[in-house]
Write a protein that binds this ligand. Structure first.
Ligand code: SF4
Length: 221
């Protein structure tokens, strides 16, 4: 790392010339983010065809080891980036959310490709979720079907820029907060919506009961 990367720009000129190159004046945020942005560890999992491009990006030609990301972890507990690479089916969704919950804080989500970003060619399909952002907080969206390895690298660089702007004070604000695991059913439900669904169902049942009573009294009259 060069001292230029580490120095806070406002202090750079305050370092005597003979010490430049050996002494750096920086902030805790800057050095902390420098460490994190150069050691983002993606979780090793893929959901569909986009995963093939993700694998290419890790291989020799594109080589995202250049960004310190080569350590793709098979355990979510040792990963801090989830690259959602592929179609998210309703059957897979509970597992994807569970894996996210098990990842180390602070953690990030990259929606790679049209399917992960919004359902892609299968949008509104009976078995497909229309975008992982309905359930997980997505940090970077990468368009394409599939996105090229270059596009994935660009997205990961955008993620690094996001990390650069964060502060150690805020970065752990959501630490330990688990996202409710969606329930796999005839159609998937998000437990955060239970109250809304309950209210809607009760109102509907009440309206139906009132309509039935009105029809009965109309018949008997
Ligand atoms: S976006 Fe295209 S390439 Fe990627 S998983 Fe969906 S269908 Fe496959």
């Amino acid at each position: 790392m060069s001292t230029d990367d580490l120095n806070s720009p406002e202090y750079k000129d305050k370092i005597p010339e003979e010490l430049q190159g050996t002494v750096a004046i920086t902030t805790l945020d800057r050095i902390y983010n420098w460490g994190r942005r150069n050691s983002l560890w993606p979780m090793m999992f893929g959901l569909a065809c986009c995963a093939i491009e993700m694998i290419c990006t890790a291989a020799a030609r594109f080589d995202f080891a250049r960004f310190g990301m080569e350590v793709m972890r098979s355990s979510p507990r040792q990963a801090d980036v989830m690259i959602v690479a592929g179609t998210v089916t309703k059957k897979m969704l509970p597992q994807v959310v569970r894996l996210y919950n098990q990842m180390a804080d602070p953690k990030y989500v990259v929606a790679m490709g049209a399917c992960a970003s919004g359902g892609g060619p299968f949008k509104e399909g009976y078995n497909v979720v229309s975008g992982i952002d309905k359930y997980l907080p997505v940090d970077v969206y990468i368009p394409g079907c599939p996105p090229t390895p270059q596009a994935l690298i660009y997205g990961l660089m955008k993620l690094q820029q996001k990390v650069d702007k964060q502060s150690i004070k805020e970065v752990y604000s959501n630490a330990g907060k688990e996202i409710p695991i969606p329930v796999l059913g005839p159609d998937i439900m998000d437990p955060r919506d239970y109250e809304k669904i309950r209210e809607y169902t009760l109102k509907k049942a009440e309206a139906e009961a009132q309509a039935a009573t009105a029809a009965e009294s109309a018949q008997s009259a």
